[in-house]
Design a binder for this molecule. Structure first.
Ligand SMILES: *Cc1c(COP(=O)(O)O)cnc(C)c1O
Length: 409
């Protein structure tokens, strides 16, 4: 059986976790701080904060920006539920828009969806291919006239909405750590970029996430880092490590924060992953995707994904193959036929309007024709470090035999 995406756990990972367990410090501490410094250096930004998931990290961003009831956040219809769930959590309204043929959010659709209630836009780097984040930034910058900040937003004296004066661009880079836009690593383009280190992602900490800050002046990355650090630890002015110093027991709580810090156990895994990311992880994933690309290109039954173009290069997170002209029923039957050949594949993603909750909120898939068309024919193939070339060839053979079986060609 070929699994879909097992994590790469080897002796190095296990040793790093064991050392942490034996070090006497297992929650947020020196390893998390080191992981944050290295992530920032990797992305070419001043500051990164590591937290317990993309979901909680990105939700903190919405709360920091003061987004709530009456506000709108633009998200693609084609994404994982987390992108829209965080908007729902804070009481705002997710405004869904359609995607382009490469699965990323359509900038023209974003423009049409802007309103005086728009507080944030969340482009998604689906499969690892960066969305057109530069264009989305320009759209947000050109729509300052439409933006209506809330007054008297926060008790701590700052008002991020007044300071920014436009909709915030929060990039959902859950798939795209290590991808590039114009040669620069993802993390340098949007106001804030959110990464996920969930077990199935390119770089994992079992569960985890991070935020890279790139907000314009007068925002200060150090100040943002300190705020998010406190915000993710109950609003407490000292973390566990600081309180652990002899005599340092007293602390204060200026506001009721949340609890979503990363632990040193997670960071220990992340540090090992990061150290071999560019030398081993990305090259192997790229080689696998290119082997698939070669096998499916020129075969009229398939539409292979965009892995790079003039401006962008994927992180090679997913290989999102499409069956040319297949109905949803045929796609499902092909997946069943692939499964009978002992190969695990997946579908990324079930569009938001097809999920009960979002359908119930009045979102109809018929309003997002591209999303629907892409979804119906999509099959994600296994991509992971330990997948061998021979296994890649087995997957290709299984997919082609399954297609013949179902589609008859
Ligand atoms: C995995 C994923 C998330 C959520 O990440 P977590 O770290 O699990 O919270 C968000 N968006 C997309 C597109 C994802 O695939």
């Amino acid at each position: 059986m070929i699994p879909f995406s097992p994590p790469r756990i080897d002796d190095r990972t296990i040793r790093a976790v064991e050392e942490t367990l034996r070090s006497g410090w297992i929650t947020t501490g020196p390893r998390t701080k080191e992981f944050e410094r290295r992530l920032a250096a990797y992305c070419g930004v001043e500051r990164v904060i590591a937290l317990n998931s993309w979901t909680n990290a990105a939700e903190l961003v919405l709360r920091w920006f003061g987004i709530g009831p009456g506000d709108e956040v633009i998200v693609p219809a084609y994404t994982y539920c987390a992108t829209a769930n965080i908007v729902t959590h804070v009481g705002a309204k997710p405004v869904l828009v359609d995607v382009l043929d490469d699965f990323t959010i359509d900038p023209e659709a974003v423009k049409r969806a802007l309103s005086p209630r728009t507080k944030c836009i969340i482009p998604v780097d689906i499969g690892g291919l960066p969305a057109r984040v530069g264009e989305i930034m320009r759209i947000a910058e050109e729509a300052t006239g439409l933006f209506t900040p809330k007054l008297n937003l926060r008790t701590d004296g700052t008002n991020p909405q007044m300071r920014l004066g436009r909709a915030l661009v929060l990039s959902d880079a859950a798939h795209s750590f290590g991808a590039r836009i114009g040669g620069a690593p993802v993390g340098k383009q949007a106001d804030i970029t959110g990464f996920s280190f969930h077990a199935v992602k390119n770089l994992t900490t079992a569960e985890g996430g991070a935020l890279a800050f790139r907000l314009p002046q007068p925002f200060d990355s150090e100040e943002l880092y300190r705020f998010f650090n406190t915000f993710s630890l109950h609003g407490q002015n000292k973390d566990a490590l600081a309180k652990n110093q002899p005599g340092s027991w007293r602390y204060d709580v200026a506001f009721p924060g949340f609890k979503c810090n990363m632990t040193d156990l997670q960071a220990a895994i992340g540090l090992v992953e990061l150290e071999r990311y560019d030398s081993e992880t990305i090259p192997r994933r790229k080689a696998i995707c290119e082997r698939y690309q070669q096998a499916f290109t020129g075969d009229a039954r398939y539409i292979p994904p965009v892995l790079r173009d003039d401006a962008r290069e994927s992180s090679y997170h997913l290989f999102m193959l499409r069956l040319n002209g297949a109905t949803e029923e045929q796609r499902d039957a092909v997946i069943a036929a692939i499964a009978r050949r002992e190969v695990s594949v997946n579908v990324h993603f079930i569009p938001l309007p097809l999920l009960s909750f979002y359908k119930g909120q009045g979102h109809a898939i018929s309003s997002f024709p591209n999303t629907h068309r892409l979804y119906q024919a999509e099959i994600s193939l296994p991509v992971y470090y330990d997948l061998t070339d021979a296994q890649v060839d087995e997957v290709v053979a299984a997919v082609k035999a399954a297609t013949r079986e179902v589609m008859g060609a």
